[in-house]
Design a binder for this molecule. Structure first.
Ligand code: ZN
Ligand code: ZN
Length: 401
């Protein structure tokens, strides 16, 4: 039996006033998700642990069975992998913004949010000279974003951000967070990179007409590439990811998954979910395990728009309709809750349904946070998901004699 793991990013929620004190999952019209819940086993899930508020990066790692405490240092490596850099063990990666700085003070953290590809291209000429044996690698991201990787011996992710995270604040120096040679070397290399970048950007021809100019590099999210075993090696399942968004593509790439992005994918609230279903069906012919990721609900949550979240859930429901009749094990859940009234992530458990041949069904007939809590899975953790799926697939090993 093949497996599809569908993650509706940040779709879990709390009762919302605008929805008559129902959660978006309760308020949405979801005949297909309800059919999945009816023929499946249901529960709620603490993606990392009860009360812990996951990021999308740590949440996904936990769901795939990679304890973030062992494998996660910062978001940088995932963004870099998503931007197309193949990371080596020991690489230190950062997520960066092109920003606008006036007299050392940040005027716009995103340089007008306009694409900055030509500037990123120009930064490729930078060489680090003050720290021996360190090579910078840059890759363009979406709009004003890009990734920076420092490659070399003895580097550390234990350094501060240069991004002050607010306008009107001075650009910070990257400082070591510990007194190790690695942290000192990394901080020094970052400072040199930023200084040289500033010089290149100040004289870049595209900045003559650009308003606001992209004249500074803001770096954050330092993380080191850890030794993560590939998903296929860990579970013996060939795998593909159907996803749009550098972070999700990055997580998938770092786990050795083949990443497929539908041509019409937007990565926003108006996602072409049907295209994701189509690519999933295609990939399932070649792969044992397909991970399907939809970003929309999380964005509606961050924007504080419960009605829009309902709409994103309803278009996901239509997509589920395309997949329901496949001869496959289907698991549907979220990487965390993003309650609209919080406009951010929370540690509330997320609903989960698993349906497929051999499943011991329960009495749940509606897919939502409250109904699923009555189901046969009860309350599990994200780290339980892969063992439960492997058990249903009869691929787990016996513990004991
Ligand atoms: Zn997320
Ligand atoms: Zn989010």
């Amino acid at each position: 039996m093949k497996t599809i793991l569908i993650i509706a990013d940040g779709a879990g929620d709390r009762p919302e006033k605008a929805l008559k004190n129902r959660t978006p999952f309760q308020a949405a019209h979801t005949p297909n998700l309800n059919a999945l819940a009816t023929k499946g086993i249901n529960g709620i899930m603490d993606v990392i642990a009860p009360g812990i508020k996951p990021g999308s990066d740590t949440g996904h790692l936990a769901l795939f069975g990679y304890d973030p405490h062992d494998y996660y240092t910062g978001r940088g490596p995932f963004e870099a992998a998503g931007a197309g850099i193949t990371l080596k063990k020991g690489d230190v990666a950062f997520r960066c913004n092109m920003g606008t700085v006036k007299n050392g003070v940040v005027a716009d953290r995103r340089a007008g949010r306009k694409p900055t590809s030509e500037f990123v291209e120009a930064l490729k000429q930078i060489k680090i000279e003050t720290v021996h044996g360190v090579t910078p690698i840059v890759a363009d991201g979406i709009a004003h974003r890009f990734a920076l990787v420092l490659r070399g011996q003895d580097l550390s992710w234990r350094v501060t951000n240069s991004d002050p995270h607010d306008t009107g604040m001075p650009v910070q120096q990257v400082k070591p967070l510990e007194k190790t040679g690695g942290a000192l070397r990394t901080a020094k290399a970052c400072s040199e990179f930023m200084k040289k970048a500033e010089h290149i950007l100040a004289t870049h021809p595209s900045n003559k007409t650009r308003d606001p100019p992209a004249n500074a590099v803001l770096i954050r999210g330092a993380g080191i590439a850890t030794n993560m075993p590939a998903f296929e090696t860990k579970y013996g399942l060939s795998t593909a990811a159907i996803a749009k968004g550098t972070l999700y593509e990055g997580v998938a790439r770092m786990l050795g998954m083949e990443v497929i992005t539908p041509k019409t994918a937007t990565g926003d609230k108006n996602e072409d979910c049907m295209a994701f279903a189509k690519e999933t069906k295609k990939a399932l012919k070649r792969k044992d395990f397909v991970f399907l990721h939809i970003k929309g609900p999380d964005l509606a949550g961050h924007d504080g728009k419960p009605e829009e979240k309902v709409e994103t859930i309803e278009s996901i429901d239509e997509m589920i309709g395309e997949l329901l009749d496949l001869d496959a094990l289907i698991a549907f859940t979220c990487d965390h809750s993003t309650p609209c009234n919080l406009k951010g992530h929370s540690g509330d458990p997320v609903p989960i349904a698993i349906a497929g041949e051999g499943i011991r069904t329960d009495n749940v007939t509606h897919f939502d946070e409250i109904a699923c809590a009555q189901g046969g899975l009860h309350r599990i953790r994200g780290s339980d998901l892969m063992p439960i799926l492997l058990n249903i697939l009869n691929l787990n090993e016996k513990y004991g004699a």
